[in-house]
Design a protein around this ligand. Structure first.
Ligand code: BGC
Length: 744
């Protein structure tokens, strides 16, 4: 009976049908042993490849963008009927062998549907990944990954192109909102958890863009240059941690070059580091239009994606020709196919195929709200202006289209929200992603949420177009709340750190008119705040997703204690950045440009610390309506560092804290490096003991020649901090010293 019940489940029934289980299953399985789920995925993949023809293997290693496109002669290329029209990618399966097709969708912040290419296909629009990183909560990252995976599965997708995780090296990078901040440990742990969440839904997850896709300007031709040790200790370390914790089925290589070789044809990155040293078993898929020749296969690329964007479908006829000439060994094609199949089997895609069915958007909206509430960062709260009282009489809400909704980031990750039609404001402009240059506001109006939170208040709304009008609206209010936005999107960097469209002047005028001014930022990056001294309270709400308006009001009025912490440093001025001017601004499209990331591993807060520069708001910073204290700190040594301490809520309200532990000196060398963090919810007066053990790689340096992490013997100091520049007490301990080979 239980089996019959199981068989009624559509997913399982479909799976069994697909593998020919329903009749003569034993024979079918014997004939197709790779479908035996009791075998390890490596064996299954090897068995399947052995049964495949060269054509079938070639069919797996390249895929289309699933839109109707024109070929190079201008002829319309129809879509294969099985593809999901308007989705990011499709790779046909091998029905003869029971190998499913790959249905791919972008998914950093929800199941994407950029430009509404699948008309009406909505999904839960989660907050930006940067906001997720600000929660410092891997459990929420898992929940986000699981939510997107589940929705994708119920829409017929089995591969997510989510998992953006390039470290923030430039706070003007237009895609930072899709990533997880500037610290390798935070980004790696959060990405790993999100990948697990997704793959537990039997949907393959991807981490991207491997590697160093840290600026968008001319990304298709950009040469990102850096010293290898620096890269190992920063961006590559983040990917290494994500890969070992999450086991993503796929890694997407980037558009840009790294040290002269395109990422998708970079032998060092793909073959040497990812596959040989880290022992990565999944496949490397290209970014869309990032393949430059058939040789990329030799350099570690396993699959060409979005093939219409390439001048030739390199991994089709040219690959066949190279195989015939023995320039690419057949064994390499086997390996490419085997890696794809291994991920399909490891994630359970065959046994649990995606099935279209209704999605519980109401339930999922609660997750979007929960994440938003926990990732909004209270940057400043002088004179306890916040939380606002529900009994306020007059509130002036100004700017940021707060009457309509909350801004989202643009590009391939754009989600059509499940809770109503978004408002579109076309911005225009040229560039490779010009079709995406439209501001999209998710339908969660902060204005309406504020009205709900303060039902008896008289609330006015001023669009914030003119400083004088905004100031007049603010002058007689008990409190003025100014919303400031900056639209950021894939394919473009912001030229500076300022708020656009004269919003600084509006904020300044409002703050002069009303000392009780609160600024709410909806941006995908840090911004400068020339008005900060006059504004008592500032909230970074990032792009807060489809429940964002509600989450902002909840934090403003104290229904939620602000508990986000900055995953990214807010600088005082562009002159404090490693590259004060945006590199390559104005370069002709497709020009051969480069950036020297001379800061190496000194990314973000490490740059500021090593240069002795005080930022506007430090990495890890974030206020609460209550207070926390750290005590009883005990540091242990030996092979690695451990720390035990107590965190206590000494304020009068319940709240969540994120104590952070920083390495401040390593064998006599001063340094600054986050080695651990823990989010804790505490009732007033309550305390929790936290125990953290450092991943030894965070304590040492990478030795490129010796291919190992070197942790010298000596004394090491740790300090517990509220942020990278508010370090409290700590302790020190001796390490015996070790060398950890990178090869698994
Ligand atoms: C982006 C990728 C995305 C792909 C498919 C590219 O433009 O860089 O992140 O996954 O498009 O939509």
């Amino acid at each position: 009976m239980p089996l019959l019940d199981e068989l009624r489940k559509p997913a399982l029934a479909a799976a069994l049908l697909l593998i020919g289980f329903s009749s003569g299953n034993a024979t079918a399985r014997a004939a197709r042993p790779w479908l035996d789920a009791s075998l390890p995925p490596d064996s299954r993949a090897r068995l399947a490849v052995r049964a495949m023809t060269t054509d079938e293997k070639i069919g797996l290693v390249h895929g289309i963008m699933a839109f109707v496109t024109k070929d190079h002669e201008g002829r319309v290329v129809p879509l294969p009927p099985a593809a999901i029209a308007g989705s990011a990618g499709y790779v046909p399966g091998v029905p003869r062998l029971g190998i499913p097709a790959l249905y791919e969708t972008d998914a950093s912040l929800g199941v994407a549907n950029p430009l509404d290419l699948r008309p009406g296909d909505v999904a839960t629009a989660l907050p930006a990944s940067l906001l997720l990183a600000a929660t410092f909560d891997p459990r929420l990252a898992y929940a986000a990954g699981a939510l997107v995976g589940a929705e994708a599965h119920d829409k017929g997708f089995n591969v997510l192109l989510g998992g953006g995780m390039d470290l923030t090296r430039d706070p003007r990078n237009g895609r930072n909102f899709e990533y997880l901040g500037e610290d390798p440990w935070l980004a790696g742990v959060m990405a790993g958890a999100a990948v697990r969440g997704t793959q537990d839904q039997h949907v393959i997850s991807t981490v991207k863009h491997f590697a160093l896709n840290a600026n968008e300007t001319n990304r298709l031709t950009l040469d990102a240059r850096i010293d290898r040790e620096g890269l190992r200790e920063s961006d590559l370390l983040a990917f290494e941690i994500a890969v070992e914790r999450g086991h993503p089925g796929a890694v997407m290589c980037a558009y840009n070059k790294v040290n002269g070789a395109y990422s998708c044809g970079n032998d060092w990155l793909l073959n040497e580091v990812l596959k040989r040293e880290w022992g990565y078993r999944g496949w490397v898929m290209s970014d869309w239009g990032a393949v430059h020749g058939v040789d990329d296969a030799l350099h570690g690329l396993d699959q060409e994606s979005g093939q219409q964007l390439d001048p030739e479908v390199w991994f089709d006829a040219p690959l066949r020709a190279a195989l015939a000439r023995r320039e690419v060994p057949e064994a390499r094609l086997d390996d490419m196919a085997e890696r794809i199949l291994r991920s399909i089997f490891a994630v359970g895609v065959v046994e649990h195929p995606p099935v279209k069915r209704a999605i519980d958007y109401r339930g999922h909206a609660a997750v979007a709200l929960d994440i938003a509430r926990k990732g909004i960062v209270l940057l400043k709260d002088a004179h306890a202006v916040l939380p606002l009282s529900a009994g306020l009489k007059r509130i002036a809400v100004i700017g940021g289209h707060a009457n309509l909704g909350v801004l989202s980031g643009g590009g391939s990750s754009q989600v059509m929200p499940s809770n109503g039609a978004p408002t579109r404001i076309p911005v225009g402009g040229t560039g490779t992603m010009e079709a995406f240059r439209t501001e999209l506001y998710d339908p969660s109006s902060p204005l309406r949420a504020i009205q709900r939170a303060a039902p008896s208040a008289a609330i006015t709304y001023d669009p914030g177009a003119y400083p004088e009008a905004a100031a007049a609206a603010a002058a007689h209010a008990d409190v003025a709340i100014v919303f400031a936005t900056r639209h950021e999107l894939e394919g473009y960097d912001s030229p500076g750190l300022e708020l656009p469209y004269g919003q600084d002047a509006v904020i300044d005028a409002v703050a002069r008119a009303n000392p009780h001014t609160v600024v709410v930022l909806e941006t995908g990056n840090p911004v400068l705040m020339p008005w900060l001294d006059r504004v008592p309270a500032v909230l970074a709400a990032w792009y807060p997703g489809q429940a964002g308006g509600q989450a902002i009001a909840d934090v403003l009025f104290g229904a939620a204690d602000p508990s986000g912490r900055l995953p990214i440093t807010f600088p005082r001025a562009a002159s404090d950045l490693p590259r004060p001017a945006l590199p390559n601004l104005g370069s002709a499209l497709g020009a051969a440009v480069s950036i020297d990331y001379t800061e190496g591993a000194d990314v973000g807060y490490r740059w500021y610390a090593h240069r002795g520069i005080r930022p506007l708001f430090a990495f890890g910073h974030g206020l609460s309506y209550t207070r926390f204290e750290y005590d009883h700190i005990h540091v242990t040594g030996g092979k690695t560092l451990g720390i035990r301490f107590e965190v206590r809520n000494t304020g009068g309200r319940a709240g969540a804290d994120v104590p952070q532990v920083y390495l401040t000196s390593a064998a006599g060398r001063p340094t600054l490096r986050l080695i651990g963090f823990q989010r804790v919810d505490l009732a007033p007066g309550a305390a929790r003991e936290i125990t953290l053990t450092a991943d030894p790689r965070l304590l040492g340096r990478f030795d490129e020649a010796g291919k190992s992490w070197v942790i010298p013997a000596g004394t090491y100091s740790l300090r517990v901090g509220e942020s990278a520049d508010e370090l409290m007490s700590g302790g020190e301990a001796a390490l015996t010293g070790s060398r950890i080979p990178v090869t698994r």
